[in-house]
Design a protein around this ligand. Structure first.
Ligand code: C2E
Ligand code: MG
Ligand code: MG
Length: 590
């Protein structure tokens, strides 16, 4: 008889076969038909016995797909070693009051063979049923048992292929998660480390496959699988969790586990290195330390993949999961995901920061700056989200929206004849003619092109694509100003400047803002402003935060200025109310 514990394990075994609930199997039906013909009975069932019901995976001559456990004959069968035979149920005290027996045309004969897993748990039965009393001889009992074995073999085969990778034969991701869950059965929750091995990174893998075919990549994967199996034997179990990735767990109490991983990955790299760098797969590892917690299991593999990605980006052989990087990564993902909704709602809007002439204090224009009020993340700076959009191929959509907003705002400023400058990203010059887009927008909103200025940052990207210069020329021909933004930061270069059709130079904030306190920046600012001026550019200093700073750039002969000291960015409606002239106090006599 089974005690409470073994019943728990038996039920676990039934639950482990969860797929049976959905997977249809032709072979089960065949076995049922075979049994019906051989024993000449109207009803054959393959049943699984759960806690309070039994359900039928395959059935012939029975119209329900489950019955409550208290009506189940099979619940008795699973306690037997061999076949349970009930020659006449109406005379058997266990069954004679069973509704299935007392019903009209009810069950009289029953014989069932238990379905037993390799670990010895009976999960259900194969049974034959008749409305007439009947008796099986020894040979017939053996046949029934054989058929039950066939059902079980079918189930096990299915489980095996469900939980193992067909190529490497290693347990797969499904098995990994099942085993991860089993960790919870262990009495002490120890710290463990999950190590994910990326056999060949996805870009490299793809390139390799294109060059040498799937055969070569497959054999590398197999080689690595084999080596992992050997290296981990007696220590841990390797899982083949997806195409190119393997994982295993170690206890952090294992001395020098990091060194172990380090050496393992070095061996894998040495082993798979080929003569050509192009076809060397360079495996990497990502590690994440964890404690058993069923709620975070699904996330564990993701974190380990994240660590692999960190290793990839840092070009190291392995990396440990870093929560800060993970958060930044997910935040960027959220931003990229939400941009369309933001553009379609009032989450995104433009503010305008005035720019003033240092000669006469007039407001000459305003720079359109994008703002995003994200529903969960709050205010997000363009310095953060613009690069995300650039990386994810979303910037053109954003720019089109900005252009439309700028134009419609200008069209609404009836008495305000303010010029506007807008920022473009290098990606705005790819696969489209931004000049043409701006020209059409000006036409649509009836805005004179000379009221517009575009700001770009100087860099290699301008020379890398001949279309850029052509498009910039087009903009200049339309009458728009082209400004080099953030000049003096990064690698701004006067030598190449004449190749760019720009007529305005904006000195970078990082040089301007702390000008009063930095003699070095004073020299740089003065030189750049003078040189730019001599070369015929109009010059702008941005990031003016105080009077001294304003005085210095005025003294250096800068033409125009922008900064918090002069005016903060304002909503389009508020711009008209702002001063259109610098107050005399702020105007420095030059
Ligand atoms: P940027 O084009 O150099 O814009 C100037 C930045 O300096 C703005 O930051 C502005 O608010 C800030 N600023 C202005 N005066 C001061 C000051 O006195 N002190 C300080 N500390 N900062 C000042 P914001 O609005 O955060 O924009 C950051 C960057 O994001 C912009 O730098 C620009 O590169 C980009 N960006 C903003 N809007 C757009 C857009 O519509 N399209 C594109 N492609 N990029 C944009
Ligand atoms: Mg700008
Ligand atoms: Mg700037």
């Amino acid at each position: 008889m089974h005690d409470h514990h073994s019943e728990t394990y038996r039920l676990d075994a039934v639950r482990a076969l969860e797929w049976l609930k959905t997977a249809e199997s032709e072979n089960f039906d065949r076995i049922c038909r075979l049994a019906a013909a051989y024993f000449n009975v109207p009803t054959v069932l393959i049943s699984l016995v759960e806690k309070d019901r039994q359900w039928f995976k395959a059935r012939i001559g029975f119209d329900r797909d489950q019955t409550p456990i208290d009506q189940s004959f099979c619940a008795y069968t699973i306690r037997e070693n061999g076949v349970l035979q009930v020659e006449d149920a109406s005379r058997d005290r266990r069954f004679r009051f069973n509704p299935l027996v007392t019903a009209r045309n009810g069950i009289r004969f029953y014989a069932g063979a238990p379905l037993r897993t390799r670990s010895g748990h009976a999960i259900g039965s194969l049974c034959i049923i008749d409305k007439e009393p009947k008796q099986l001889n020894d040979a017939e009992r053996l046949v029934l048992q054989d058929l039950a074995e066939m059902v079980m073999a079918q189930i096990e085969q299915r489980q095996l292929s469900d939980c193992h990778d067909p190529v490497s034969g290693l347990p797969n991701q499904r098995q990994f998660f099942a085993d991860l869950n089993d960790l919870g059965l262990q009495p002490q929750a120890e710290h463990r480390v999950l190590v994910l091995i990326d056999a060949l990174d996805s870009h490299r893998g793809h390139e390799m496959t294109l060059a040498v075919g799937t055969g070569a990549t497959q054999s590398i994967i197999l080689e690595i699988a084999q080596h992992l199996k050997q290296s981990l034997s007696g220590i841990s179990c390797a899982y083949h969790v997806n195409d190119r990735q393997f994982c295993f767990m170690l206890q952090t109490s294992m001395p020098d586990y990091e060194l172990f991983v380090h050496r393992l990955i070095d061996r894998l790299r040495a082993m798979t290195r080929s003569d050509s760098a192009l076809t060397s797969p360079s495996p990497r590892a990502g590690m994440v330390i964890f404690q058993h917690d069923p709620l975070s299991h699904a996330d564990l593999l993701r974190k380990a993949m994240h660590a692999v990605e960190s290793a990839h980006q840092a070009n190291t052989h392995w990396a440990l999961y870093d929560i800060a990087r993970d958060c930044a990564w997910r935040r960027a993902f959220t931003l990229a995901r939400d941009v369309d909704r933001a553009l379609a709602s009032d989450q995104m809007y433009l503010v305008f920061q005035p720019r003033f002439s240092l000669l006469d204090g007039r407001r000459v224009s305003a720079e359109a700056l994008l703002r995003w009020n994200h529903p969960e993340l709050g205010a997000v700076s363009p310095a953060e989200f613009i690069p995300v959009m650039e990386r994810n191929g979303l910037i053109q959509r954003v720019t089109h929206w900005v252009i439309d907003q700028v134009m419609s705002t200008m069209a609404q400023w009836q008495d305000l004849d303010c010029r506007v400058s807008l920022n473009l990203s290098p990606k705005d010059f790819d696969d489209q003619d931004i000049g043409e887009i701006l020209r059409l927008a000006c036409q649509r909103f009836d805005i004179a092109p000379h009221r517009l200025e575009i700001e770009i940052t100087e860099g290699e990207w301008i020379r890398a694509n001949p279309q850029v210069i052509r498009q910039l020329k087009g903009l200049r021909e339309l009458g728009m100003d082209v400004a080099i933004d953030d000049f003096g930061s990064g690698y701004s270069n006067f030598a190449y400047l004449h190749e760019i059709p720009a007529n305005v130079i904006k000195l970078d904030r990082s040089i301007v803002t702390d000008l009063p306190g930095s003699p070095r920046n004073q020299i740089i600012a003065r030189s750049i402003l003078q040189l730019a001026r001599d070369l015929g550019y109009r010059t702008v200093a941005e990031g003016i935060e105080d009077y001294q700073c304003l005085a210095l750039v005025t003294q250096y002969g800068c033409h125009e200025a922008q900064g918090y000291f002069l005016s903060r960015p304002a909503l389009p409606g508020a711009l008209a109310q702002l001063h259109d002239h610098l107050p005399p106090r702020q105007l420095v006599a030059s």
